[in-house]
Design a protein around this ligand. Structure first.
Ligand code: OMP
Length: 213
């Protein structure tokens, strides 16, 4: 685990973004942990979050032309990542987002910001079963753009339809990488090393045995 990944987990715990308990997921699975990116809910927290996303992207060396935030939750995430890329990595790239509902007046359409063209970097929060990201891929292909990759905060490393993880299925089906700031593996490592949080380790490990890869 890299130093910034450890810092990110610490930051998510401090903000109450990463929590332990009992949570029913969108997929119907009942999870002993949950990651609620909506709780990076202050200016400073959002700025710091963007720096973590940008760092993970820079580490990967992925090439991209435009940053895209899928509605709703991906929008501030893509915005803060685009700001951090410009301010801290000298990459002032175009960025855009979609609306959920088409607008028939004013600027019209469902896309806002820079044109969704070329190699698109999708920025989102979490992938569990991969349902949300598949919807996003339709928007990109409808524009005739190509997905360069997906950048998320947490890879829950859960099985998709078969033996691969949902993320591995997305990578295979759309021929693009899915990058994450951290994955469940690093969360487990963090728990194992933390005297106060170690109590949650057995439940998370059991969950991984049931749904993980
Ligand atoms: P999938 O569409 O199953 O990949 O689920 C991804 C979505 O689930 C995310 O965009 C979130 O809305 C939500 N989610 C979280 O935000 N955090 C979690 O830890 C787990 C989920 C989830 O419901 O699976």
């Amino acid at each position: 685990m890299q130093a910034y990944q450890r810092e990110f987990i610490q930051f998510a715990l401090e903000r109450g973004v990463l929590r332990f308990g009992e949570f029913t997921l969108k997929s119907g699975r009942v999870s002993p942990y949950f990651f609620n990116a909506g709780l990076f809910d202050s200016g400073l927290a959002l700025a710091k979050l963007g720096r973590f996303y940008a760092q993970a992207l820079m580490d990967s060396g992925l090439e991209y032309d435009v940053v895209f935030g899928p509605a709703y939750k991906g929008i501030p995430l893509a915005a803060t990542t685009a700001v951090a890329l410009a301010e801290h990595h000298g990459q002032d790239r175009p960025w855009c987002f979609n609306r959920k509902e088409a607008k028939d007046h004013g600027e019209g359409g469902t896309l806002v910001g820079a044109p969704l063209a070329g190699k698109v970097l999708i920025v989102d929060d979490v992938i569990t079963a991969g349902t949300a990201i598949r919807e996003v891929m339709q928007i990109i292909s409808a524009q005739g753009a190509q997905a360069a990759g997906v950048l998320i905060a947490l890879d829950r490393q859960e099985r998709g339809a078969g033996e691969l993880s949902a993320i591995q299925e997305v990578e295979r089906d759309f021929k693009m990488p899915v990058l994450s700031i951290v994955s469940l593996e690093q969360v487990l490592q963090f728990l194992a090393e933390s005297p106060e949080l170690k109590q949650y380790l057995p439940a998370v490990e059991r969950y991984r045995e049931d749904y993980g890869i």
